[in-house]
Design a protein around this ligand. Structure first.
Ligand code: 5AD
Ligand code: SF4
Length: 450
């Protein structure tokens, strides 16, 4: 059905040199959805541009924290002016933020110039909705409250020909009390393992060497269909010519021994685990509904390091969750020091309408959060910089991503950025690089073998 609308729009656009700009906010899931929307736009005869002087502007939104919301409405003001000069400009909004009623009401009443709005469960309908807008010239808003007939039928437009993301599970059942994701992405739905394997084989035949398996919580993959993530990893590891497997995100409560053993045994699975801890205080973890304690987290870290000694561990931490006392925060600092993470994303707690935490008493004043946040960042940064020093003198296998003026940039299996001199034709290839300078957040090296 999509093909019909794509063809109609293609015919309308053909020869008109139409340009589309995609703005993506938020996580890797959103970035991957944007790759699919990008493929649809190209099929509808749009050339993708980075410029604001486009004929179509699409915002794939995020609502996990407040900031992207403010940014979106700021941006819309700018494009409203543009549309006054160019009434043919199409403005499209989609993604997580659109699953929230108050946002849709705001768009209906105050952003009437927006052309098409859709959500996370029906983004595959984009061509049809755009077609309806083009024919009727009226605002089209279509939001579903649950997934219906979604099937992965088109190939995403990849940013890099040699690496790709693959969804393994959609949605989340965890309902951490601060998080909006379960409300806007629905319950967990695992893809069939055969579909995932077929997609990866197709990608590998198309030149992909590294894949990133995506899910809000990949560890619960298969629980809804009698499968499990470690066994999926072992099957993917067998795919010929695939070289690296990454995955994110993992929830500590479901990190099984089997997964640790699969990571240890599967030579293609990178020795990097993103394991969000969120807080080091048992009291706060309970209020967050995380379903593990700091002791359990330490136990996991120990088990991971015992089985995979060179594993790189990264995390997410929220500062200023309601009721977080100085003691609770000190426990987070203590955990960070004990674990010695290799990397971390730190977030200031953001009150999300509709979540249980938003209704909690004792929200923490911004000034206190700011001080704690700065304190945490300083400690984390010095730990991360120190840990990065271990690469000095080592030879690392780097998958080259970018070339700029004689300089190449790539990543090792731990996902650390490495810069070195080399030729452009090495993009997409693995190169051995000897590390001779370790900066806090990246490495500098020298290509081996001439
Ligand atoms: N406020 C701050 N950070 C949040 N995250 C999720 N929801 C919120 C919120 N309301 C963070 C968590 C999660 C990451 C993707 O975003 O740390 O792991
Ligand atoms: Fe949000 Fe928690 Fe689900 Fe992650 S596991 S998406 S933080 S509810």
């Amino acid at each position: 059905m999509n093909d019909y609308y794509i063809e109609q729009i293609y015919k309308m656009n053909a020869g008109k040199n139409k340009k589309a700009r995609i703005n993506t906010f938020g996580c890797q899931m959103n970035a991957h959805d944007s790759e699919k929307l990008c493929a649809m736009l190209i099929a509808m005869a749009y050339e993708i541009t980075e410029s604001n002087d486009a004929d179509l502007v699409l915002f794939n939104t995020c609502c996990v924290r407040e900031n992207p919301e403010d940014k979106l409405f700021g941006n819309l003001g700018y494009f409203k002016n543009k549309k006054e000069n160019n009434p043919d400009l199409k403005i499209i909004l989609c993604g997580c933020m659109m699953q929230q009623n108050h946002i849709i009401e705001k768009i209906r009443h105050s952003y009437k110039f927006v052309d098409v709005v859709f959500g996370t469960f029906n983004f595959h309908k984009f061509p049809q909705l755009l077609f309806n807008n083009m024919i009727t010239n009226s605002q089209i808003i279509d939001i579903w409250n649950e997934p219906k007939d979604y099937q992965e039928t088109f190939s995403p437009q990849r940013k890099y020909f040699f690496k790709a993301s693959v969804n393994v599970i959609y949605g989340c059942n965890n309902f951490c009390t601060y998080c909006i994701v379960p409300y806007v992405r629905g319950r967990e739905r695992s893809r069939k393992s055969q579909d995932i394997l077929d997609e990866i084989k197709f990608l590998v035949d198309d030149g992909v060497k590294e894949i990133m398996l995506l899910g809000q919580n990949v560890n619960s993959y298969g629980l809804d269909c009698g499968d499990n993530f470690p066994s999926l990893l072992r099957k993917i590891n067998e795919i010929k010519n695939l070289e690296r497997i990454r995955f994110m995100t993992s929830h500590p409560k479901d990190l099984s021994d089997d997964l640790i053993f699969a990571m240890r045994d599967c030579e293609k699975v990178c020795h990097h685990l993103h394991l969000p801890v969120q807080s080091g205080s048992n009291r706060i973890l309970k209020l967050m509904n995380r379903k593990y304690t700091r002791e359990k987290y330490f136990e996991l870290i120990e088990k991971l390091r015992a089985n995979i000694p060179d594993i790189s561990l990264t995390t997410d931490i929220i500062v200023g969750f309601p009721n977080e006392s100085e003691d609770d925060f000190a426990n987070t600092i203590d955990l960070v020091k004990q674990v010695e993470f290799d990397g971390a994303f730190t977030f200031i707690y953001s009150k999300r309408e509709g979540t249980p935490a938003a209704r909690m008493l004792n929200q923490i004043p911004a000034e206190i959060i700011k001080t704690r946040f700065a304190n945490l960042l300083e400690i984390l940064n010095s730990i991360i910089a120190e840990k990065n020093k271990k690469y000095f003198g080592q030879t690392q296998k780097i998958l080259v991503e970018e070339y700029d003026n004689g300089k190449l940039t790539g990543r090792n299996d731990k996902n650390v950025l490495v810069h070195f001199y080399g030729e452009k034709n090495l993009i997409g290839k693995f190169v051995d690089v000897k590390i001779n300078d370790c900066k806090p957040f990246y490495l500098i090296g020298e290509k081996l073998g001439g």
